[in-house]
Design a protein around this ligand. Structure first.
Ligand code: ADP
Length: 631
């Protein structure tokens, strides 16, 4: 036996094997497409059987035998265009034309083959090249338009069709033209064609698994990012996109069960939730019956919603319940304009995605429960922290106030006419003031927590604010150095709030300034911002705590042992105020020791005479010009 004969035998065996495989599938899961594949491979298998039988019976070159073989072979291109029509959009005249042309070729064959066999063979070649070639092209186009495993299987089918048509045409040419030997081309073409058809129509499981893997991985990767999405609606929309992409389908939809109500929630076209009874649509059927449902003709299977299916180009719908441990979470359905070519793969993927979506939705729910619990815990922790900080910080001045008051009380009781203890009263007043300040800080922090810090913003020259604060401290006998520019530094701020920030920073600079020189305040313009710095030469803030000192109740480790510090709310309040002005506050080390606190808030542009020296100083810049310069 020659190598070519061996290949030919293998092709014949494979074609018969392929026929048996598609026949079994059509019998177990009948559909038009399944029977069309039976028609395709049945015709080829019949030719193989006929040739083998003729050989065995030594029938020789009977003209009727050739005619019958040709007729049977001509079924293949017709079956191919039927398959094309099963899976993709084709012109409406294609099938009727194919049927008529097939009948004509057949009739012509039987009438003409005895008298003009060569003419018949020419007609058959044309038929193969024309119709078969069209089918191969259409398969290739369908492959390009589909995704995932369908694309791979479709590519194999297209390749099989091209090789098959090529092999048949080569056989004809071999028979018709003298002096040309295309036997090898025919045999090899047929052999590779049947392998490609096998991969397309009946791939072994391990190939199928390998082909599905990339889509599945893409879906998993995409869906993993979804667990972070807060908004459930957005998450559902994204999962739908990911599922549709994994299928290469027109779309996918997820219905979510609502506990205690016989409805399913869907996200409609405008992105809003919409509820339907839980048995509505094909999806509802899959949900109610807790099994997958395949509807090749959705409008026919569910006439009540036919218009909805048509509007969404949903000719075919496959749906599977989304369930976790008997908990009915919802339903996943995927729809396409044409029947899925390889339903069994799609169903497998659908169920897998449905299971994965169940896990995803459950974990989202758990995450939501966990974050609520965490928020509750956090709020309880804050309250506790607040109470203990408040209790601790209020107790010290309160003890002093009480002690002092009791002392005075006893003195008065002992001797009502004794001179007033001026020092005692001063101490009493000082501690009471401190107490009041602490309480207002606590209340202030709480108020800021609940609402905006900026009550009444006005456009102000920040130099006035610095001056105001400087005078206030001057009255207390503290003269810090204020360094301000000659021209206004205008910003829109809530004046009392902004003063509070400057006050607070200076108080801190004095409090933590050790015995060093007095703090310095500097105001300057910095591009579009006003920049206020409070420089001290005191204790400084440890590097790793520079962020945290702006947190509530936080006190740096290097001050915790100091007496008479605050409650750890001042900088927190400052940060809230500055941020609600659209600004930033931070601390830097002062060279040589100490801290430099910096506040930066958006400022109006510099006055016109500073920006454009040629403008006479007496002409005020128009507000519009300022805005433009600002922009
Ligand atoms: P407190 O009431 O404790 O002063 P603040 O919120 O005003 O609260 O400050 C928080 C912490 O930041 C302080 O406890 C201190 O550790 C640190 N801090 C603030 N200002 C200075 C500064 N000028 N020098 C060094 N450390 C400072």
């Amino acid at each position: 036996m020659t190598a070519l004969e061996l290949i030919s035998l293998a092709s014949q065996a494979l074609f018969i094997g392929l026929f048996v495989a598609v026949l079994l599938r059509a019998l177990t899961r009948p559909s038009r497409a399944a029977w069309d594949t039976v028609l395709l491979f049945g015709s080829v298998a019949a030719v193989v059987a006929l040739v083998l039988a003729a050989d065995w019976l030594r029938l020789g070159d009977q003209p009727w035998l050739t005619g019958l073989v040709l007729l049977l072979l001509s079924v293949a291109p017709y079956a191919m265009i039927r398959l094309v029509d099963d899976f993709s959009r084709t012109p409406p005249w294609l099938l009727p034309f194919g049927a008529v042309a097939f009948a004509a070729v057949g009739v012509l064959g039987f009438v003409a083959f005895a008298t003009a066999p060569q003419l018949y063979e020419l007609v058959t070649i044309t038929w193969f090249l024309g119709v078969g070639g069209y089918a191969a092209y259409a398969f290739a186009r369908a492959a390009v338009n589909s995704r995932g495993i369908t694309r791979r299987r479709m590519t194999a089918v297209a390749l099989g069709a091209v090789l098959f048509i090529g092999a048949i045409v080569a056989a004809f040419v071999d028979a018709l033209a003298t002096g040309v030997d295309l036997e090898a081309v025919t045999q090899l073409g047929a052999f590779f064609a049947v392998i490609a058809f096998f991969l397309g129509f009946a791939p072994p499981d391990w190939i199928r698994r390998a082909w599905r893997e990339p889509d599945l991985r893409r879906f998993l990767e995409r869906s993993l990012q979804l667990s972070a999405l807060r908004d459930e609606r957005r998450a559902v929309i994204e999962i739908q996109h990911a599922a549709a992409a994994a299928f290469g389908a027109a779309g996918a939809s997820i219905g979510l069960a609502v506990e205690g109500h016989p409805v399913l929630r869907y996200v409609d076209a405008s992105g809003e939730w919409i509820e339907y009874p839980d048995d509505a649509f094909i999806a509802g059927r899959a949900f109610r019956e807790q099994r997958r449902v395949v509807a090749m003709d959705a409008a026919g299977a569910d006439p009540e919603h036919a218009s909805v299916y048509r509007r969404n180009a949903a000719t075919t719908v496959i749906a599977a319940p989304v369930t976790s441990d008997d908990r009915r979470i919802g339903v996943l359905s995927v729809f396409a304009e044409r029947a899925p070519i390889f339903v069994e793969d799609d169903l497998w993927l659908l169920e897998l995605l449905a299971d994965h979506i169940a896990v995803l939705l459950e974990s989202r729910k758990l995450a939501a429960v966990e974050s609520t619990l965490r928020a509750r815990e956090e709020s309880a922790r804050l309250k506790e922290e607040f109470l203990s900080a408040a209790a601790h910080d209020l107790r010290t001045p309160l003890t002093v106030v009480l002690g002092q008051a009791e002392l005075l009380e006893r003195r008065v009781a002992r001797d009502p006419n004794a001179p007033v203890d001026a020092a005692g009263v001063t101490r009493l007043a000082r501690e009471a003031r401190r107490l009041r300040d602490l309480v207002s800080e606590l209340l202030d922090a709480q108020r800021l927590e609940q609402g905006a810090a900026v009550m009444d913003p006005v456009t102000t020259d920040l130099r006035d604010i610095v001056e105001e604060v400087r005078l206030r401290f001057h009255d207390l006998g503290i003269d810090f150095k204020a360094n301000v520019p000659d021209t206004p530094v205008t910003a829109t701020v809530d004046v009392p709030r902004f003063e509070q920030v400057v006050d607070n920073l200076i108080e801190n600079a004095l409090k933590y300034g050790a015995a060093g020189p007095l703090p310095e305040v500097k105001l300057e313009r910095d591009n579009g911002a006003a920049r206020l710095t409070v420089v001290d030469h005191g204790l400084g803030v440890p590097e790793d705590e520079r962020e945290r000192i702006f947190d509530r109740f936080y006190r740096a480790t290097n001050v915790q042992a100091l007496p008479d510090t605050g409650i750890g709310l001042g900088l927190y309040i400052c940060r809230r105020i500055v941020e609600s002005h659209g600004g930033r506050i931070w601390v830097e080390p002062t060279p040589g020791g100490g801290s430099t606190f910096v506040v930066s808030v958006p400022a109006q542009s510099a006055p016109a005479h500073e920006m454009q020296p040629e403008t006479p100083a007496s002409v005020p810049a128009a507000p519009g010009a300022e805005a433009i310069a600002d922009a």
